[in-house]
Design a protein around this ligand. Structure first.
Ligand SMILES: C[S@@+](CC[C@H](N)C(=O)[O-])C[C@H]1O[C@@H](n2cnc3c(N)ncnc32)[C@H](O)[C@@H]1O
Length: 283
């Protein structure tokens, strides 16, 4: 039998290449023990049985091989909520919370707005908006069936009543017009060296890559938006750290006004938004 403290010490050493070695080891051990991190700190001399040790060893070996902790645990926190995640789509990132903040800031809270989240993945954006604004109706759109199943499960476990999953390739199966369209689409260049590093090695290319300059899907979303937005409607997009100028130009060229870019926690241009062809009075 081995103690919690000894297991964690050995795991930290084996995870020395990870920037988050101690946290990774603790989260994996909490998962197999079914306990909180405070339990690990309160009972370091507690012995764990061989079955739990074997389960931990299995997860640790995968983590040492580079698999993201979120995939090993099957969950990730986003905007204060715990989302189920799967290998069918992206693990939600902290920087994407900025996109949620922009939409909450720019739209009236109490009106029954109709909003589409294109490329919804785990549903993190649509569900966070739906939980924050019960008066809004959210459509959570993705083109991969397995991803829509994941959204259904997150809608159920987070008890959100105003988010509806829809299978569609961007606008192809959408009906009517929307007050806002929000999207964190794939935006990485096909030859980007980052695709060979860290967590993204394990995430699907369908969630990451978008043509030679990374902008193919952003172009499709911007060009399709005028037919799907009411006058004055908001389009808000996440994009790569070096794509802000290109996205502003695309939005202005498509008739969007008051186009602005916000910076992420690392100080990089990350979210750009604009309002479709309307005066201030119509917004
Ligand atoms: C970068 S991930 C974003 C996931 C999630 N919104 C988030 O922020 O964590 C992009 C998502 O777009 C979806 N996607 C890619 N191409 C699509 C298309 N043509 N139509 C709809 N969704 C698409 C992918 O399946 C993936 O779930």
């Amino acid at each position: 039998m081995i103690t919690i403290a000894a297991v964690l010490k050995g795991a930290r050493q084996r995870l020395a290449d990870s920037d988050t070695a101690a946290l990774d080891a603790e989260l994996l051990l909490c998962h197999v023990l079914g306990k909180s991190r405070s339990y690990l700190f309160s009972w370091p001399e507690q012995e764990i049985d061989e079955l739990v040790e074997a389960q931990f060893e299995h997860l640790l070996a995968r983590r040492v091989g580079g698999e993201p902790v979120a995939y090993l645990l099957g969950r990730r926190e986003f905007y204060g909520h715990e989302f189920l995640v799967s290998r069918d789509t992206l693990i939600p990132r902290p920087d994407t919370e900025l996109l949620v903040d922009v939409v909450l800031e720019k739209l009236p809270a109490e009106q029954p707005l109709r909003i589409a989240d294109l490329g919804t993945g785990s549903g993190a954006i649509a569900i966070s908006l739906g939980l924050a604004r019960p008066a809004w109706q959210l459509l959570a759109v993705d083109y991969i069936v397995a991803v829509l199943d994941l959204v259904e499960r997150n809608v159920g476990r987070l008890h959100v009543g105003n988010v509806r999953p829809l299978q569609s390739s961007w606008y192809s199966r959408l009906d009517g017009v929307f007050d806002a369209i929000v999207s964190n689409p794939p935006y990485i260049r096909a030859d980007d060296v980052h695709l060979k590093r860290g967590d993204v090695r394990f995430e699907p290319r369908s969630a990451l890559v978008s043509g030679a300059d990374g902008l193919d899907d952003i172009r499709l979303i911007i060009h399709g938006a005028p037919a799907r937005l009411r006058a004055g409607g908001l389009l808000a997009l996440e994009h790569g750290y070096d794509q802000g100028a290109a996205v502003r130009e695309l939005l202005q060229g498509a008739g969007f006004q008051s186009v602005q870019t916000r910076h992420d926690y690392g100080g990089n241009e990350r979210v750009t938004f604009g309002f479709y062809g309307a005066s201030d009075a119509q917004r």
